[in-house]
Design a protein around this ligand. Structure first.
Ligand code: PMP
Length: 326
């Protein structure tokens, strides 16, 4: 069969990662004069922004020779990263194992990973060990699953652990793609950028792209009110799924964050519901949190300003955990 050659045909699904639309919010912004733009990351092929870093981490590991035919990919994840890595891994022909914290493993997220052919290992988080190897740093909920990754990596030379919390390609993915796209789409006019913090890769990478062009742009981290990691540095009960799992230390060290806005899970959920019903945007709760915070910033900045908020993922992966959404 001859190859279809046309400029409008993608050569494979991995080429469809990124280049997501930026859309103006028209109804939830009523009464506000600043423009609030949402970056639709749920339109990535596996349904979240994590496709970008999965592709970057895997392809750069291939270039370095760390990943090669016969390798097995492992990662600790509560959701989006596991789904995205499972997706990219299967397209590239690598087996994938996701170590998931039992406490937050939802049925549909496991099914999504399994649909991409991944193996899931549920890990109990009861026995949190405080004398951890430093290379397992990151979100508390995934510490025991990360210890598992470290353990299996040490035993089998075929295993490659993606290490999303410390892999520089996580940040690079957002500097080279998400951030660049936002600059192009806004014509280099960004007055504020908001992203919720998981690994911190999105916020840091986009900040690294935006700051040289828009030095006055405010870089705003959004955190669940119940789990103020970077602002207050203490442990609390995690909420808003997906964003209560840790941070890249570089966010603290680099001082990229101009402001932190804490959003309650209720406000995040209500805004996710409004985004679906009023704007037709089916995004998860962390996107709701980002927009909730963006509206506060829009009020403060006023006329003529452009605010960009990330809609991280699709709400499809929270359908059985919608105790939040009634
Ligand atoms: N929102 C959701 C739903 C997520 O899963 C994550 C990552 N765990 C984030 C936001 C934060 O993204 P990042 O890891 O780039 O900080």
């Amino acid at each position: 069969m001859e190859n279809t050659s046309s400029n409008s045909v993608a050569s494979g699904v991995l080429d469809l990662i990124g280049n997501t639309p930026l859309v103006r919010l028209n109804r939830v912004t009523q009464g506000l004069e600043a423009e609030v733009l949402a970056k639709l990351e749920f339109l990535n092929p596996s349904g979240s922004i994590k496709d970008r870093m999965a592709l970057f981490m895997i392809e750069n590991a291939e270039k370095r020779g760390d990943l090669k035919p016969g390798s097995i990919i492992v990662e600790a994840s509560t959701g989006n990263t596991g789904i995205a890595l499972s997706f990219v891994a299967t397209v590239k022909g690598y087996p994938m194992t996701v170590y998931m914290p039992k406490a937050v493993a939802s049925e549909e997220r496991m099914q999504m990973m399994q649909s991409y052919g991944a193996r899931i290992e549920l890990v109990g988080t009861e026995d949190l060990d405080s004398s951890l190897d430093p290379s397992v740093h990151g979100g508390v909920i995934e510490i025991v699953p990360r210890q598992k990754c470290l353990e299996v990596e040490g035993k089998d030379p075929h295993i490659w652990w993606a290490r999303q919390f410390s892999n520089p390609d996580n940040v690079a993915a957002h500097r080279e793609t998400t951030g660049k796209e936002i600059l192009e789409q806004t014509g280099g006019q960004v007055d504020a950028f908001l992203a919720s913090i998981g690994t911190g890769g999105t916020l840091l990478g986009v900040a690294e792209a935006i700051k040289p062009v828009c030095p006055d742009a405010e870089i705003i981290a959004v955190e669940p009110a119940g789990a103020p990691w970077i602002g207050r540095g203490k442990e609390a009960i995690p909420f808003i799924e997906g964003i209560t799992d840790g941070l890249l230390f570089d966010i603290l060290d680099g001082g990229v964050t101009d402001e932190i806005i804490w959003v309650t899970d209720d406000d995040a959920v209500q805004m996710a519901r409004r985004l679906a019903r009023e704007e037709g945007l089916f995004c998860g709760m962390s996107g709701g949190a980002n927009v909730f915070a963006a509206l506060q910033v829009a009020k403060r900045l006023g006329n003529g300003k452009t605010i960009v908020a990330i809609l991280t993922d699709s709400r499809d992966r929270y359908l059985t955990t919608e105790r939040y959404i009634t």
